[in-house]
Design a protein around this ligand. Structure first.
Ligand code: SAH
Length: 244
């Protein structure tokens, strides 16, 4: 697995976030993938306030307790909402320019670190993975490494809140059957690359996972999963905790 952080010269999202806070606007943050047509991630979305968040995100914020870890915190929108409620939050991200933005916006503990960095080993009561947070797992084959890491980082009685979506709607026919090649990789494994102006980031793997598959892997590695909420489009919020 890729255990590192981005270089500030190849950090398209962080560059876009910095431009947005300096100028109040940014140009197109482009998202490329071998599976989908080119898309755009509206930079303002990454600065959303709690009132503009989805029910899934607000539920996760309501459920957060104790010392919280916000994994892949971006511009820090969830961290700041929790800090405002008086919680202690550590924000981590592999994007150096995003971590600077987090600090400028008032995130008290913003760290440039990859979740899978073996030296990152403190314990938290709540660990958040939001905005298709399962993506950071990358591929199904990383599930053992992911759950090992969660065993290390999760304090006794702690909980993980993660949102994801089931991409089956992309492959589903009108009669409910699916055009899926069972010999191919899992249908939620996607590759992405971000570009901003002339800055291209590295290609990365991003995992969308259906609830049943997540539950299966969790139970294999000593965790249980509960579905807290379903969104409006195959998306859901899961709570993951250690098996009793
Ligand atoms: N959670 C934020 C941002 C989501 S974008 C929000 O909801 O607005 C995903 C973020 O995860 C990016 O900022 C990216 O740099 C970060 N990221 C990706 N892989 C990571 C990893 N292995 N460890 C920590 N952060 C990671």
């Amino acid at each position: 697995m890729f255990i590192t952080v981005l270089d500030s010269t190849s950090d398209p999202m962080g560059t876009a976030l910095q431009e947005y806070i300096r100028k109040g606007k940014a140009s197109k943050l482009r998202v490329l993938s071998s599976l989908f047509d080119e898309d755009e991630l509206p930079v303002s979305l990454l600065f959303r306030k709690e009132k503009d968040m989805s029910d899934i995100e607000r539920a996760a914020l309501d459920l957060a307790r104790g010392h919280v870890l916000d994994v892949g915190a971006g511009a820090g929108c969830h961290t700041l909402a929790l800090q405002n409620k008086g919680l202690e939050v550590t924000a981590i991200d592999i994007s150096p320019l995003s971590v600077q933005v987090q600090r400028e916006r008032g995130v008290r503990d913003a760290r440039l670190v990859n979740l899978f960095d073996p030296t990152f080993a403190e314990q938290y009561d709540t660990i958040l993975f939001l905005m298709n947070g399962s993506g950071i797992i990358g591929k199904l084959e990383n599930m053992p490494a992911f759950f090992d890491k969660m065993k290390l980082l999760l304090a006794k009685g702690g909980r993980i809140y993660m949102d994801s979506s089931d991409l089956r709607y992309i492959f589903e026919n009108e009669d409910g059957s699916m055009d899926i090649d069972l010999n191919a990789a899992y249908y939620g494994e996607v590759d992405y690359q971000m570009k901003y102006r002339n800055i291209a980031g590295p290609k990365f793997d991003w995992l969308y996972i259906d609830f049943e598959t997540l539950s299966y892997y969790a139970s294999e590695y000593g965790f249980t999963v509960t579905k807290i909420l379903e969104g409006s489009h195959y998306d859901y919020l899961a709570c993951i905790e250690r098996q009793k």
